[in-house]
Write a protein that binds this ligand. Structure first.
Ligand SMILES: *[C@@H]1O[C@H](CO)[C@@H](O)[C@H](O)[C@H]1NC(C)=O
Ligand SMILES: *[C@@H]1O[C@H](CO)[C@@H](O)[C@H](O)[C@H]1NC(C)=O
Length: 142
């Protein structure tokens, strides 16, 4: 079934080796409440040296290299603000694909890019997120 799906996907997309199917970044999120930015991707069995990265406003803030068997790293403005144990999937290549921000502040409003690359190919998608403090949120919703 999965094989068939992959084959069909190859025919339609001329076999893109790494592909981000869906980038889940909420448009608006609440200050201080844990938020998950997810990057659902698929890759071909033949691909090697997978690297998953997240950028905030073009700066690298998260990196995970599954083959090293090491924990993901959070960097820059997101250092010590990400739950590095968070598991977004049971798939070994996707376990730590998501960015789980523990206490987002208004300083984290901006553009988030998920980049997935292998030796053979890469894909990236970007979406903006606004972190609102409650006062602003009430105004925004009313
Ligand atoms: C964020 O994305 C918007 C829309 O694509 C763009 O206009 C803006 O310059 C970007 N900001 C940064 C800091 O990259
Ligand atoms: C990120 O980009 C947004 C707009 O795209 C901007 O409002 C915000 O100030 C930027 N934040 C940082 C820390 O660069």
């Amino acid at each position: 079934m999965l094989y068939l799906f992959v084959q069909l996907n190859c025919i339609i997309n001329i076999c893109e080796a790494v592909k981000i199917n869906r980038l889940h970044v909420p448009d608006v999120t609440k200050h201080g409440t844990e938020v998950t930015l997810d990057c659902d991707f698929t890759l071909d069995d033949s691909e090697s040296d997978l690297v998953v990265k997240w950028y905030f406003n073009k700066s690298l803030v998260y990196q995970w290299i599954p083959s090293t068997k090491k924990r993901p790293q959070s960097l820059g403005v997101l250092k010590d603000r990400v739950n590095l144990e968070y598991q977004a999937s049971v798939d070994a290549n996707s376990i730590h694909r998501a960015l789980r921000i523990i206490r987002p502040g208004p300083d984290l409003s901006g553009n988030y890019t998920c980049s997935v690359s292998t030796l053979e190919s890469e894909d990236a998608k970007t979406k903006g997120m606004v972190v609102l403090v409650l006062k602003t949120l009430v105004r925004h919703l009313s």
